[in-house]
Design a protein around this ligand. Structure first.
Ligand code: AP5
Ligand code: ZN
Length: 215
């Protein structure tokens, strides 16, 4: 299956992508995670992306598209993938169509995670990430057993640079201006499935799997 997750920052794309990719035995391709790994590794790509990410702006399309093209050409992604965080605007969606078309492939489904704005602000401002395994916990919704320590691996939890209140607001503006139009784009293409992404993580996963299996 070739699937895309779309939704505002904090909708739970990363949380669900991890679970769904493992349930469906396909690789998760998260552009945000790839950029963050490059920033921490101090690579050239990381240097190009960092200032955009810290401000909550999109990294330029040329940089992002080239990175995704390389990742989707890797052997584990040839028979299927779950994209998290890409495409992020209509130009990226058109590039993805072309990339897949060149390989004789096409998308099967775009799953929209719907959550209201008040809830995403709560989710993002309370999110803490593990420095070692990358797990996202939440100070209220998924509180670590020991403050500041990851429940999975004991690593240190930290707050993402772009999860500060004013940057969250800017990321939401960027979402509305640039990413939300993808919902109409994919709906017209007959690829869109929308689920309610509020409630417990397991319930959202159940709704997502039902929608994905129906395609
Ligand atoms: P990216 O990493 O993609 O960030 P995002 O889209 O803003 O999404 P988030 O990671 O913030 O949220 P999420 O939906 O994954 O939520 P999560 O599961 O963590 O991108 C970051 C930056 O990289 C961009 O700003 C841009 O600069 C750059 N970039 C990336 N892709 C790009 C592209 N294609 N083009 C250009 N630039 C790009 O959940 C959030 C919190 O809520 C967590 O604490 C979690 O524990 C909690 N939670 C999750 N589900 C639930 C639930 N059901 N109930 C309660 N709490 C929950
Ligand atoms: Zn961890």
């Amino acid at each position: 299956m070739r699937a895309v997750l779309v939704g505002p920052p904090g909708a739970g794309k990363g949380t669900q992508a991890q679970i769904l990719a493992s349930e469906m035995s396909i690789p998760k391709v998260s552009t945000g995670d790839i950029f963050r790994a490059n920033v921490s590794g101090g690579t050239e790509l990381g240097k190009q992306a960092k200032s955009y990410m810290d401000r909550g702006d999109l990294v330029p399309d040329e940089v992002t598209n080239a990175m995704v093209r390389d990742r989707l050409a890797e052997s584990d992604a040839l028979s299927g993938f779950l994209l998290d965080g890409f495409p992020r605007n209509v130009a990226q969606a058109e590039t993805l169509d072309k990339m897949l078309g060149d390989m004789g492939k096409r998308l099967d489904v775009v799953l929209e995670l719907k959550v209201d704005e008040e809830e995403v602000v709560k989710r993002l401002s309370g999110r803490r990430i593990c420095r070692d395994c990358g797990r996202a916990q939440h100070v209220d919704y998924d509180p670590p057993k020991v403050a500041g320590v990851c429940d999975t691996c004991g690593g240190e939890l930290f707050q993402r640079e772009d999860d500060r209140e004013e940057t969250i607001r800017h990321r939401l503006d960027v979402y509305h201006e640039q990413t939300a139009p993808l919902v109409a784009f994919y709906s017209e293409a007959g690829l869109l499935a929308t689920i309610d992404a509020t409630g417990a993580v397991e319930d959202v996963t159940e709704r997502a799997l039902t929608a994905l299996r129906a395609t």
